[in-house]
Design a protein around this ligand. Structure first.
Ligand SMILES: [Zn+2]
Length: 326
């Protein structure tokens, strides 16, 4: 795929793809051993995190994608101190950029992305975009045989191929695991043993928020103070009231206002990685219609009942235990 990265914009080479064709492309992507950096895995993770932030034309802006991308690399490089060396043993561009940024703003080691002030986060996204947008979007496009999305660097968008989009929803969990596995394997090659403890776990949780407290505050302000599942009156002690991912986090791998509810400790623990009964999906539709109006949160810009319903169905297809109720 020589030189795909140089193009300013590319169209999808083929619009309709069968699942078998996509599996071939995905397998080739992961089997291709010529990775000199982790960027393509990072971008893949960023795309998966944003899968449900597309508009109705399946478009994502570079700002959305690179916010996740910046978060992934900040947490890998600064928080976990993991090298992203390329094969010639030089620092990967993004690592250099992040370390310089850290030094310039006097950010202590180990700080997670979520704890950075929002103006620094936005500056980081801009910088990352400059490093990343230069070629990563085009490189992944090339490796996926021009079938994953189309993109335009001038207007800064990517638009998923619709067959690929359906595929990624359906096989989200497998593709996520594959990406994490290969990213962890790459990191193992380029880091000292003492930094590699739980490396796969670190990669798996790289996009996970330290705390859902900001969401808790919004929910506590606008919602009735009852457990979404069992209806029990919730304690105003923060520790006893949980923020629950209606579609389990391990599947959705992102925190969205429209997927979060308040629950009692017992329901949150017992529900764990399961899908609640469909009557709770109906309840969720109503809840979101109301919360959209009262809480006015950015996450609702990309929300629709159809999306939530699709997520619910695809999580079931991915093997999540269904029909949970308290
Ligand atoms: Zn409960």
């Amino acid at each position: 795929m020589a030189g795909e990265f140089q193009f300013k914009s590319r169209r999808n080479k083929k619009t309709y793809l069968t699942e078998q064709e996509i599996w071939k492309i995905i397998n080739q992507f992961f089997a291709n051993g010529h990775f000199t950096t982790t960027y393509k895995y990072g971008l893949m993770k960023a795309l998966i995190e944003n899968l449900y932030n597309v508009d109705n034309r399946l478009v994502l802006t570079f700002d959305q994608v690179y916010f996740s991308f910046a978060k992934i690399y900040w947490n890998l490089v600064i928080h976990h101190d993991l090298n992203q060396l390329n094969t010639s043993n030089r620092q990967a561009g993004i690592q250099k950029e992040l370390k310089e940024f850290q030094l310039m703003h006097g950010v202590p080691n180990k700080v997670v992305f979520d704890h950075l002030p929002s103006n620094l986060q936005l500056q980081l996204v801009e910088r990352t975009k400059k490093v990343g947008a230069r070629y990563v979007v085009g490189a992944l496009y090339g490796d996926m045989e021009g079938s994953i999305y189309e993109f335009d660097k001038r207007t800064e968008y990517i638009k998923f191929n619709s067959s690929m989009y359906i595929f990624l929803q359906k096989y989200r969990q497998i593709v996520t695991h594959l990406t994490n596995y290969h990213l962890a394997k790459f990191l193992e090659k380029h880091n000292d043993k003492n930094k590699l403890e739980d490396v796969l776990l670190k990669v798996e949780n790289i996009l996970k928020r330290e705390s859902l407290h900001a969401f808790y505050n919004i929910l506590w302000k606008y919602e009735t103070k009852e457990c979404f599942y069992c209806g029990k009156v919730l304690s105003d002690k923060r520790i006893a009231t949980h923020v629950d991912h209606f579609i389990p986090w391990s599947y959705i791998q992102s925190d969205n206002m429209w997927n979060l509810v308040l629950s009692c400790q017992s329901c949150n623990t017992k529900k764990s990685n399961k899908l609640a009964k469909s009557l709770y999906l109906e309840k969720m539709f109503v809840r979101n219609e109301n919360l959209k109006l009262t809480a006015v949160h950015n996450d609702f810009n990309y929300y629709s009942e159809r999306k939530l319903e699709a997520l619910y169905e695809y999580a079931g297809m991915n093997g999540y235990v269904e029909n949970w109720s308290p």
